[in-house]
Design a protein around this ligand. Structure first.
Ligand SMILES: Cc1cc2nc3c(=O)[nH]c(=O)nc-3n(C[C@H](O)[C@H](O)[C@H](O)COP(=O)(O)OP(=O)(O)OC[C@H]3O[C@@H](n4cnc5c(N)ncnc54)[C@H](O)[C@@H]3O)c2cc1C
Length: 478
């Protein structure tokens, strides 16, 4: 341990302690494992020193006790689909891969809840509860690969958040292991609980920096019996934004309300070879869903279509059959990965503003486009929440474009804060957004959060080098 690296080395004695904790066959030090667990979808990072796969809460606790005793950093990891480097071992150390903890333990139809281990894939949890007529609404576009533990740790959102809210609204209770190895339970199976501070909500969105989540109790709601998906095309972004304003004025709350701009539509069409979302030359698309009882869905669907036509929609398609609906949503979920056809590097930001300020956010993006040579800025996202994915696409070997993108992202973040918004609506801070946190939080607020971190993790071994603007000496350039 030294002043610039206040951590212990990964010694043979430490690795033996890990082997004793999880079994020798579940500890890997080979390069393939170390490298593949060294990055997430941000595609930037540093190899782990060692990767371990615990199977139970007690094994997680034993790993954390060993890390505490030897002062070695440890990073919890779900599916590694995060976009901000959250699961990356920024300071080296252990990656705690939770993939063996993947069971749905209970679907309780009486109490409208489910209990799951952290590595249950979110889409699998949804299918399991839908099989008995229940519904787990949070639907990140990554739902076929990301885990419920990762979703809780990031407080994931998705298209349905407009009507149903994001992950935090569905977490009733957690089992978690502190960095010391102590096991805690927060919240529980009852829907009301006001004893003490709300540690459940503190852990939701804590990005694996406070505790390792080992069990999750989620609230369920009845599965809406009927759904209709509508696709409205517009000549311009402004038309789509006007339609959103009309909808809000008409007091309709669709279960999903997504906006996709022309650049994103072209990218997904090229990547998937389908124009299912819009014909060539479309400026913007709104993808909407209404759900509920059939009569309500019919009436709301009519109002949504009218709101879009009043805003100048060039076409409104109403899809009631499951195949067309699934095709539309499949294409929507493929947007993020499809942008790669535009340029090799994506700098992906999930900024959010109050709904009423969406036109100002798009005006800001338009200014950034004009001022950023060599950078394309396709946008799409959860417009009902004011949460827009602003993607800066460029060739990283183009120094002018790179400098323009870096200037544009700072201006974007400063702009959304000035619009009373936030620099991240769902992807979190990880390490990639650390430098921008002071644009949004004051020194007092950051210090308070740092004291919360120290209360959970006095040795700063759990996912260090994340969230805080001066989080330590990372092993790579941000
Ligand atoms: C194509 C694509 C689409 C996406 N769409 C969305 C979207 O619509 N909405 C959205 O919100 N996000 C989206 N994401 C981002 C990502 O999927 C989410 O952040 C997701 O919640 C991460 O889950 P994961 O299992 O991959 O977690 P990881 O990436 O493995 O980890 C994410 C963070 O959670 C921590 N963590 C993981 N498991 C635990 C645990 N058990 N205990 C404590 N900490 C833990 C990690 O340390 C890390 O900080 C998308 C990503 C991709 C690639």
């Amino acid at each position: 341990m030294t002043a610039d690296r206040p951590y212990g080395e990964v010694t043979e004695a430490f690795v033996d302690a890990l082997r004793a904790a999880v079994g020798a066959e579940h500890v890997r030090l080979d390069e393939e494992a170390r490298v593949s667990y060294g990055a997430d979808m941000l595609k930037k990072g540093h190899p782990a020193d060692v990767v371990v796969w615990p199977a139970t809460t007690d094994e997680v606790a034993a790993v954390l006790r060993a890390c505490s005793a030897h002062r070695v950093p440890v990073v919890p990891r779900g599916a590694g689909t995060g976009y901000t480097g959250g699961a990356v071992p920024s300071l080296g150390g252990v990656v705690l891969a939770l993939s063996r903890m993947n069971r749905i333990l209970e679907v309780d139809e009486q109490n409208l809840l489910a209990v799951a281990e952290p590595h249950v894939i979110t889409g699998d949890l949804q299918k399991a509860v839908e099989a008995v007529g229940l519904f787990y609404p949070p639907d990140p576009a990554s739902l076929s690969t990301s885990t419920i533990g990762g979703n809780v740790a990031e407080c994931a959102g998705g298209p349905r958040a407009f009507k149903y809210g994001v992950t935090k609204r569905y977490v009733l209770g957690l089992e978690a292991v502190l960095p010391s190895g102590e096991i805690i339970h927060t919240g529980g199976k009852s829907v009301k609980n006001v004893v003490g501070y709300d540690l459940t909500q503190l852990l939701v969105g804590s990005e694996g920096t406070l505790a390792v989540i080992t069990k999750i109790i989620v609230r369920l709601v009845p599965l809406p019996p009927h759904q209709v998906t509508l696709r409205a095309t517009f000549a311009t972004i402004q038309g789509a934004v006007d339609a959103v304003t009309n909808l809000i004025r008409a007091r309709v709350v669709p279960s999903a309300l997504e906006l996709i701009d022309g650049d994103s539509l072209d990218a997904v069409a090229t990547n998937l070879g389908t124009r299912a979302l819009a014909p060539e030359g479309t400026g913007a698309v709104l993808l909407l869903e209404v759900d509920g009882l059939e009569a309500t869905v019919q009436e709301e669907g009519r109002r949504v279509a009218q709101a879009c036509r009043d805003a100048g929609a060039t076409e409104v398609l109403v899809a009631e059959d499951a195949v067309t609906r699934q095709e539309l949503w499949h294409v929507r979920r493929s947007l993020s990965l499809s942008l790669k056809v535009l340029a090799p590097l994506k700098i992906n930001h999930d900024v959010v503003v109050p709904k009423g300020r969406i036109p100002e956010l798009f005006a800001l993006v338009e200014r950034l486009r004009a001022a950023s040579p060599g950078v394309r800025i396709p946008c799409f996202g959860h417009v009902g929440d004011g949460n827009i994915h602003v993607n800066m696409m460029l060739d990283p070997s183009d120094a002018v474009a790179m400098a323009a993108a870096r200037a544009a992202e700072r201006e974007l973040f400063a702009g959304v804060v000035a619009l009373e918004g936030s620099i991240s609506g769902e992807h979190g801070i990880g390490f990639s957004k650390m430098p921008f946190v002071p644009l949004e939080l004051s020194r007092v607020e950051i210090d308070l959060q740092r004291r919360v971190k120290a209360a959970f993790d006095p040795l700063n071994i759990l996912n260090p080098g994340k969230m805080f603007p001066d989080a330590g000496n990372l092993k790579f350039e941000i």
